[in-house]
Design a protein around this ligand. Structure first.
Ligand code: AMP
Length: 214
């Protein structure tokens, strides 16, 4: 089973991907995490991607396709995986089918408004070690706080700044939203309301996965 999480930045794809991994055992494959890792390690691929990422633009298809291909061909993805942030345009979706045609797929679109996305992203901090996500508006957040999960340092992502957030949302509406029709035509598209709590969203997503699995 290949689960594709669609939805604008800030819709909770990463959080839901983790919950899905815990409950159903499908490893989360996050395109953004793979790219940030490559940037951090200063690999040639990472160096090429960095500029576009900091501007909120999509990186070149060939870069992200290579990273995803290597990742999903690892042993732990054999029985299924969840994709967070890939594909982000039609050409990536077509490449995905070619690189792994064996899996059944579902595309789950987590819907939120632009204003919710801006609000969530501008108050988001992430752990530099395990990518766990925090909201600075929550009561237990302080400047000194470390990650609850691994003790890592918490930072705001460079692309979670207002002008870059706007660009990322534009890119989502112009390029990634075209995938809605693409997956609708394949009859594997489902939408959930992402404006509710993570627990409620996860319940909806779980029931969709169970329907497809039966
Ligand atoms: P994310 O963590 O999913 O918000 O992704 C962060 C950034 O990584 C995006 O704004 C893009 O610059 C880049 N990126 C992530 N996934 C893709 C993709 N599938 N195609 C192109 N660029 C991507």
């Amino acid at each position: 089973m290949r689960l594709i999480l669609l939805g604008p930045p800030g819709s909770g794809k990463g959080t839901q991907g983790d919950l899905i991994e815990d409950r159903f055992g499908f490893p989360k494959v996050s395109a953004g995490d793979l790219l940030r890792e490559a940037v951090e390690h200063g690999t040639p691929l990472g160096l090429k991607a960095k500029k576009d990422m900091n501007k909120g633009e999509l990186v070149k298809d060939s870069i992200i396709i290579d990273l995803i291909k290597q990742r999903i061909h690892k042993q732990d993805c054999k029985n299924g995986y969840t994709l967070d942030g890939f594909p982000r345009n039609i050409s990536q979706a077509e490449s995905l089918e070619k690189m792994d045609s064996d899996q059944n797929e579902i595309a789950i679109d987590i819907k939120i408004s632009n204003s919710t996305a801006v609000e969530r992203l501008s108050s988001r901090y992430i752990c530099t070690d395990c990518n766990n996500i925090y909201n600075i508006k929550k009561e237990d957040f302080s400047e000194e706080k470390r990650c609850d999960r691994c003790g890592g340092k918490l930072i705001q992502r460079k692309d979670d700044k207002p002008e870059v957030i706007k660009k990322r949302l534009d890119v989502y509406h112009k390029k990634t939203e075209k995938l809605i029709d693409y997956y609708r035509k394949k009859d594997v598209y489902r939408a959930v309301n992402g404006e509710t709590s993570r627990k409620v969203v996860f319940k909806k997503i779980s029931s969709i996965i169970n329907q497809f699995n039966n």
